[in-house]
Design a protein around this ligand. Structure first.
Ligand code: MGD
Ligand code: MGD
Ligand code: SF4
Ligand code: SF4
Ligand code: SF4
Ligand code: MO
Length: 904
C-alpha cells in the first residue's frame, strides 16, 4: 500500500495505482478525454494533468503511478489554467457546430469546455485538417475530421479491444490523420462494422449515423441482453417516443462494453418493422387464405382442434417446439403446456439441430451438458486455445474479439477447421481436417498424448474411468493413419498434441463443426476425452466449452423443452422427479420420453403426429432437407405457429398467433456460460391501436386454460419463482435477485445465499467420475462420389442471423451482405471454368438451387461451403437429414453436391 495526500486528504491505495484511480477512489473529479482504461492509456491530451508538490511540471494523472508521500492538487489554479489551455488548443481544430452535431449534450469536449468556461479559441487551427472531407459511405458509420480531436480512442479500441486494427494512424505532411475505413472503399477494408470505435469517440467525429435522429435528453435507456447469439452481451436500448432508435454496449460480464454489428445495428429495426404480425390469423380452408381473427376465435379454434386430435388419435399425436430466441419464462410455459395439456413429452427446441450433441455427449461423460468455464476465464490469461469447428469471429463475435486480443498478446491458438477462418492468420497451427473427421483427429491427438506421456496420470486415476479401454482404441489411431484420413500433416498433429497437452491453462472451445454430424455425440465426447486425459477440467482457463448458439438455447434446454427432461435436466423417467412435478402442477404426467424435434417431421408424414404447435422457429428455412420438411408440415391435420413475422413456415400454418419480441417483454436469457441475464421491456407496440398482439406467456396461459388446465395468469417474475421452486439448479434465482446482482448468476445456483457457479466440475464431476468414453471414428453418412463430387459444408456469416427474420430487416446489413453464395476453391473453379461471382447450379440428391460462386482459398479443393441465411438459394434444399443415433442432430456439416455452370 502507498499513502498520499489528495487535495489535503490522506488516502491509502494499492501500489501501482495511477493518480487518476487514486483520485477517483477519493471522490475527486479529474477530467479526461483520451483516456480509456486498459485500451487507450497514451496520455496524449493532457487534460488530466494535476499538480504534485515538489514537481516542476504538471503530471498526467491517467498514466502516472502514485508514489509514497505524494501531495496532489487536482484543481489548483495552475491545473485549471493548464486545462483551459489544453481545451483552447483542442477547440482551435474543432469546428463548433454543436447545434447540428448528434453528440450535442453527450460530447466530452463540450462538457469540459463548459466546465472550464472555454468558449472561443485564441488560436487559429490548421485549415488543412478542418477542410478534409468527411468519410461517410459506410451504411452505419461516419467520420467528420473537423470534429476530431485526435485522442486516438477509436484507433486503440479497434486495436486493443476488438483486435481488428482497421483504423490506421496516417500522416499528411506534419499532420496526424485518423484513417478510418468508412470511405468509398469501405467494403474492401478490415472493418467489421461493430461500431465499438464510435462508442469510444468522445466527440461527434465518429458516430453511428442514426444518432442524428435523437438528442441525449430526449431518450430513455433500457438495459437488456442481446437477442442474437449466446454470448449474452449486455446493452442499452435507446428509446425515443416508444421507438428504439439506437443501441449502446454496456459493461456486462461477457462483453465489457463491446458489441458486434448485429447487436449494435441489427437488434431493433425488426422490432418496428412494418412486416410485424399485428393480429391473429386463421387460414380459410376453402380459399387457402389467411384471414384476420379475434383472439377468442383463434384461441378457441386452437384449443378445440388440439383437444379433438388428442381425443381421436391419443396423447402421442400432438407436439410442440419452443423458441430458443425467447425468454426462459416463455419456454417454461411452453413445456408446461405440452406436458399438462397435450399429455406427453413431445416438446423440444432448436438445440436439437444445434448442440443436442453437446447436451447428450457431455451429460454422458461429465454429467452436465453445459459450457464448463466462463467466457472471460477462457479468453484472458490462457496459454493455448484449442478451437475446434467454431468460427467465433463471425458466430460469437464478441468472444471472437476477445480471442483475437488474447492471441495477439501471446496466447497460442490451434484451429481445427476445414476452412480458412479469419482467425487462421493468428493461429500457431491450423489443422484443415476433412469435414466429418473430428473423431479421427481427436483420437490421433490422444494417441500422441498417451504415447509421449503427456497425459495427467493423477487426474486420470483419481477423477476418471474408462482409461484402459480408450487407450486400447486410440492405439490404432497412429499419426500416419490420422493424417491420411484427415488430410493433414502428421507432424502438425503431433505438434498440436504437444502444444495443447503441455499448456497449463488451455480451454477447448468447440461449436457446430463438432456437433452437426451423424457422429456428433461421439465427436463431443472425443473433446471431453482430450480435456480429461490432460487433466484440464474443473480448473480456471481450461474446460470443454461448447459455444451455444441462440441467445437462449442454453435456457431452452435448462427449462425442460426437451423430450426426456423436465426443467433443470431432471429426467421424465425418474418416478420421484415425476411425482414432484405432478404435485407442483396438479395433474398426472406422462412417463415416456417424447419424440425429438427432428423425428417429428417423419412422424407427421407417417400420420403418427397430427397436430403441431411451433413457438418461434422456422423449420422450412432451417431444418435439413427442405422438401422433406414441407411434406411433413403439409401432412399435419392442424398446425399452429406463434410468431413475430409471416415466415416461410407460416405458409403452412392453420392459425398464426402474433407474439411480442424481446424488446417488448420482461424475462431472462441464459447465455452460453450458464449466466441467467435479464431481458427488459423497452417499448409497447400495443399503444398503436393497429397492433392486437399479446405477450407470448399470456397467449400460452390462455391456451392452457382453454385446453382445460387451470393455469393462473402470471407475470414473468412470478413464472421465474415457479421455475426456482421446481428446479434445484435455479432455486436461488429470481428477477429481483438478478436485478440486484451486477454480473447476474450462473447456474447451478441452489439457494438464496448461493453465489452461482462460474466453473463446473471443480474437485468432482457432476457425474462423479468423468467417463473417458471409447469414441470411434465413423465416416459421414454421405460422402462425395462420381455423381456428386463435392463435399458441402454449411454455416453462418457475421452479418446475418439464422433465417434473417431479424437481421434481414436492417437495410444496412442487407447492403453489406444481401444474397446467397457458395465458397469454392480456386483450382476447382478454374478446372470448371467458373468465375468469381458467376451464377451456378448446385444440386444434391435432395434438391437443387442456384447461387453465386465465391472463388478463393477459404475452402480446400473438393470442398465447398454455404451460409443458410438467404432465401435466394438456401443450403437446406441440399442438406442431408441423416441423424446422429443418440441425439438426433442432422448432418448439416457434410453432404455431397454437384456443381454446374448455368450459362452456355
Ligand atoms: N452471425 C451469426 N452468428 C450466429 C448465428 C448466425 O446465424 N449468424 N447463429 C448462432 C447459432 S444458432 C449457432 S448454433 C452458432 C454456431 O456457431 P459456429 O458453429 O461457430 O458456426 P458455423 O458457421 O455453423 O460452423 C463453425 C465452423 O465449423 C466448421 N466445420 C464444418 N465442418 C466441420 C468439421 O467436420 N470439423 C470441424 N472441426 N469443423 C467443421 C466450418 O468451417 C465453420 O467454420 O452461431 C450463433 N451465432
Ligand atoms: N444448413 C444449415 N442449417 C442450419 C444450421 C446450419 O449450421 N446449417 N444451423 C441450425 C441451428 S444451429 C439452429 S439453432 C437453427 C435455427 O433455426 P430457427 O430456430 O428456426 O431460426 P430462427 O431464425 O432463430 O427462428 C426463430 C423464429 O422465432 C421468431 N421469434 C424470435 N423471438 C420471438 C419471440 O419472442 N416470440 C415469438 N413468438 N417469436 C419469436 C423469429 O421471428 C424467427 O422466425 O438453424 C439450423 N439450421
Ligand atoms: S467499426 Fe469496429 S472494426 Fe470497424 S473500425 Fe470501428 S472498431 Fe474497427
Ligand atoms: S474520431 Fe473520435 S475517437 Fe477517434 S481520434 Fe477523433 S475524436 Fe478521438
Ligand atoms: S456477440 Fe452475440 S450477443 Fe454479442 S452483440 Fe453480437 S450477436 Fe449480440
Ligand atoms: Mo444453433
Amino acid at each position: 500500500m502507498v499513502s498520499l495526500m489528495i487535495n489535503g486528504y490522506e488516502c491509502m491505495v494499492q501500489e501501482g495505482t495511477t493518480i487518476l484511480e487514486a483520485a477517483q477512489g477519493a471522490g475527486a473529479q479529474i477530467p479526461t478525454l483520451c483516456f480509456l482504461k486498459e485500451i487507450n492509456e497514451i496520455g496524449s491530451c493532457r487534460l488530466c494533468v494535476v499538480e504534485a508538490e515538489g514537481e516542476d511540471h504538471l503530471l498526467p494523472a491517467c498514466n502516472t503511478i502514485v508514489r509514497e508521500g505524494m501531495k496532489i492538487q487536482t484543481e489548483s489554479p495552475r491545473v485549471v489554467a493548464a486545462r483551459r489551455e489544453v481545451l483552447d488548443l483542442l477547440l482551435s481544430n474543432h469546428k463548433r457546430n454543436c447545434f447540428f452535431c448528434s453528440r450535442n449534450g453527450a460530447c466530452d469536449l463540450q462538457k469540459w469546455c463548459n466546465y472550464y468556461g472555454v468558449e472561443e479559441s485564441r488560436y487559429i487551427g490548421s485549415r488543412k485538417k478542418i477542410e478534409r472531407p468527411p468519410k461517410d459511405s459506410h451504411p452505419f458509420l461516419s467520420y467528420h475530421p473537423e470534429l476530431c480531436i485526435h485522442c486516438q480512442r477509436c484507433v486503440s479500441t479497434c486495436e486493443n479491444a476488438t483486435g481488428r486494427h482497421a483504423i490506421n494512424l496516417g500522416k499528411t505532411g506534419m499532420f496526424t490523420v485518423i484513417d478510418v475505413p468508412f470511405g468509398d472503399d469501405w467494403k474492401t477494408t478490415l472493418c467489421e462494422s461493430c461500431g465499438n470505435c464510435a462508442q469510444a469517440c468522445p466527440t461527434g467525429a465518429l458516430t453511428e449515423k442514426r444518432t442524428k435522429q435523437y438528442r441525449p435528453w430526449e431518450v430513455r435507456r433500457v438495459r437488456t441482453t442481446c437477442p442474437h447469439c449466446a454470448t449474452g452481451c449486455q446493452m442499452d436500448l435507446i428509446v425515443k417516443d416508444n421507438r428504439i432508435v439506437d443501441v449502446e454496449g454496456a459493461d456486462g460480464p461477457s462483453n465489457h462494453g463491446l458489441l458486434c454489428v448485429k447487436g449494435r445495428s441489427g437488434s431493433f429495426d425488426f422490432v418496428h418493422s412494418p412486416d410485424r404480425l399485428r393480429y391473429p390469423l386463421i387460414r380459410n380452408r376453402e380459399t387457402g387464405q389467411l384471414e384476420r381473427a379475434t383472439w377468442d376465435e383463434a384461441l378457441d379454434l386452437v384449443a378445440s382442434r388440439f383437444m379433438e386430435i388428442k381425443k381421436k388419435y391419443g396423447t402421442g399425436s400432438l407436439a410442440g417446439f419452443a423458441c430458443s430466441r425467447s425468454p426462459n419464462e416463455d419456454i417454461y410455459m411452453v413445456q408446461k403446456m405440452v406436458r399438462t395439456c397435450f399429455g406427453n413429452n413431445n416438446v423440444d427446441n432448436c438445440a436439437r439441430v444445434c448442440h443436442s450433441a453437446s447436451v447428450s455427449g457431455l451429460a454422458t461423460t461429465l454429467g452436465s451438458g453445459a459450457m464448463t468455464n466462463p467466457i472471460g476465464d477462457i479468453t484472458h490469461d490462457v496459454d493455448c486455445i484449442l478451437l475446434v469447428g467454431s468460427n467465433p469471429e463471425e458466430a460469437h463475435p464478441v468472444v471472437g474479439m476477445q480471442i483475437r486480443e488474447a492471441v495477439q498478446h501471446g496466447t497460442k491458438l490451434i484451429i481445427v477447421d476445414p476452412r480458412k477462418l479469419g482467425l487462421s492468420q493468428y493461429a500457431d497451427i491450423h489443422l484443415r481436417i476433412r469435414p466429418g473427421t473430428n473423431i479421427m483427429f481427436a483420437n490421433g491427438m490422444m494417441h500422441v498424448m498417451i504415447r509421449e506421456g503427456l497425459v495427467d496420470q493423477e487426474f486420470i486415476r483419481e477423477r476418471t474411468e474408462g482409461f484402459e479401454e480408450l487407450k486400447k482404441i486410440v492405439s490404432d489411431y497412429t499419426p500416419e493413419k490420422v493424417a491420411e484420413v484427415c488430410g493433414i500433416d502428421k507432424d502438425k498433429l503431433i505438434e498440436a498434441a504437444r502444444m495443447y497437452a503441455s499448456a497449463k491453462k488451455a480451454p477447448i472451445i468447440y461449436c457446430l463443426g463438432v456437433t452437426e454430424h451423424s457422429s456428433g455425440t461421439e465427436g463431443v465426447m472425443a473433446m471431453s476425452n482430450m480435456a480429461m486425459l490432460c487433466g484440464k477440467l474443473g480448473k480456471p482457463g481450461c474446460g470443454v466449452n461448447p459455444l451455444r448458439g441462440q441467445n437462449n438455447v442454453q435456457g431452452a434446454c435448462d427449462m425442460g423443452a426437451m423430450p426426456d427432461k423436465y426443467p433443470g435436466y431432471q429426467s421424465v423417467m425418474d418416478a420421484a422427479v415425476r411425482a414432484k412435478f405432478e404435485k407442483a402442477w396438479g395433474v398426472p404426467l406422462n412417463p415416456d420420453t417424447g419424440v425429438f424435434a427432428t423425428d417429428v417431421f417423419g412422424a407427421a408424414i407417417r400420420k403418427e403426429i397430427r397436430g403441431l404447435y411451433i413457438y418461434g422457429e422456422d423449420p422450412v428455412v432451417t431444418d435439413a432437407d427442405t422438401t422433406h420438411i414441407i411434406k411433413a408440415l403439409k401432412s399435419l391435420d392442424f398446425f399452429v405457429l406463434q410468431e413475430l413475422f409471416l415466415t416461410e413456415t407460416a405458409q403452412y400454418a392453420d392459425v398464426i398467433l402474433p407474439g411480442m419480441s424481446y424488446a417488448e417483454k420482461e424475462g431472462t436469457f441464459t447465455n452460453t456460460e450458464r449466466r441467467v441475464c435479464r431481458v427488459r421491456k423497452a417499448v409497447d407496440l400495443t399503444k398503436d391501436p393497429s397492433f392486437d398482439i399479446r405477450l407470448d406467456t399470456d397467449i400460452i396461459i390462455d391456451l392452457m386454460n382453454r385446453m382445460g388446465y387451470p393455469q393462473k395468469k402470471m407475470t414473468s417474475a412470478q413464472i421465474m419463482d415457479e421455475i426456482a421452486s421446481v428446479t434445484p439448479s435455479f432455486a436461488g434465482i429470481s428477477h429481483q435477485r438478478l436485478d440486484e446482482t451486477p454480473d447476474f448468476l450462473q447456474w447451478p445456483c441452489t439457494g438464496r445465499d448461493h453465489p452461482g457457479t462460474p466453473i463446473m466440475h471443480v474437485g468432482k464431476f457432476s457425474r462423479g467420475l468423468g467417463w473417458l468414453y471409447p469414441t470411434r471414428y465413423t465416416p459421414p453418412a454421405e460422402t462425395p462420389d462420381r455423381d456428386y463430387p463435392f463435399c458441402l459444408m454449411t454455416g453462418r456469416i457475421l452479418y446475418h442471423y439464422t433465417t434473417r427474420a431479424m437481421t434481414g430487416r436492417t437495410p444496412g446489413l442487407m447492403e453489406i451482405e444481401g444474397s446467397s453464395f457458395i465458397e469454392m476453391n480456386q483450382k476447382d473453379a478454374d478446372r470448371m471454368g467458373i468465375a468469381d461471382g458467376e451464377k451456378i447450379r448446385v444440386s444434391s440428391r435432395r434438391g437443387s438451387i442456384t447461387t453465386s460462386a465465391r472463388v478463393g482459398t477459404r475452402v480446400n479443393e473438393g470442398e465447398t461451403w454455404m451460409p443458410f441465411h438467404f432465401p435466394d438459394g438456401n443450403a437446406n434444399w441440399l442438406t442431408n437429414a441423416a441423424l446422429d443415433p443418440k441425439c438426433r442432430i442432422p448432418e448439416y456439416k457434410v453432404c455431397a453436391v454437384r456443381i454446374e455452370k448455368i450459362s452456355g
